[in-house]
Design a protein around this ligand. Structure first.
Ligand SMILES: [Zn+2]
Length: 196
């Protein structure tokens, strides 16, 4: 059994004060850091993703241009590569991160499986290369990028556990729907205290 942690999009634009700030985002950042500090041997590999959009274009229709964003498929400009908004939240300690995954360059990308390392390795390649069979997933936002990453991980044959005290959603209703979808697809829920 080889276990990895996926930290999804714990970035300034997705935490309090950001363009698409999620309530509880900063607490998730601090909680993930505490988890890694308290259990340094729990994960053989730690993947952290960042939404990393192009500046100067609408990233395949992902950024609302002429109309107001619908917050379903179009969004305000966020997580532009190289800006403060795209950086990890300062409470997230990234020392333990093995693979930094960037996604969304020029296109919409919700799941970390749509991203790659700076060297161009995909998540699928890395999981296979390192024999990862189980993943715990934390981060932002439960009803968007966490949802998509969990469903993709299950589809790729991983055993998936969502640490429910280390995720936060945009809206209560869509978060509940997303959690139900994850459970239906085979995800297991646990709290970070259960991590050994
Ligand atoms: Zn985006």
């Amino acid at each position: 059994m080889t276990r990895a942690l996926f930290i999804i999009d714990v970035q300034n634009d997705f935490t309090e004060g950001g363009v698409l700030g999620v309530d509880g985002g900063a607490a998730v950042a601090a909680g993930v850091s505490a988890l890694l500090a308290e259990h340094p041997l729990a994960y053989e590999y730690v993947f952290a993703s960042r939404d990393w959009h192009d500046i100067g274009n609408d990233n395949g229709g992902h950024f609302a241009r002429d109309a107001a964003p619908d917050y379903v498929t179009t969004w305000p400009v966020h997580c532009v590569a190289g800006t403060t908004g795209a950086e990890y939240h300062k409470a997230l300690t990234t020392d333990a991160v093995t693979f930094h995954i960037r996604k969304g360059q020029g296109r919409p990308a919700y799941s970390l499986f749509e991203g790659a390392t700076e060297a161009g390795q995909t998540v699928t390649e890395l999981l296979s290369e390192h024999g990862v069979t189980e993943v715990d997933i934390v981060g932002l936002a439960t009803d968007h990028c966490v949802r998509a990453s969990v469903l993709d991980a299950l589809e790729h044959g991983q055993r998936v556990r969502v640490l429910t005290d280390l995720v936060a959603g945009v809206a209560a209703e869509s978060t509940l729907t997303a959690l139900a979808e994850m459970a239906h697809a085979g995800a297991v829920f646990a709290v970070s205290d259960a991590v050994e």
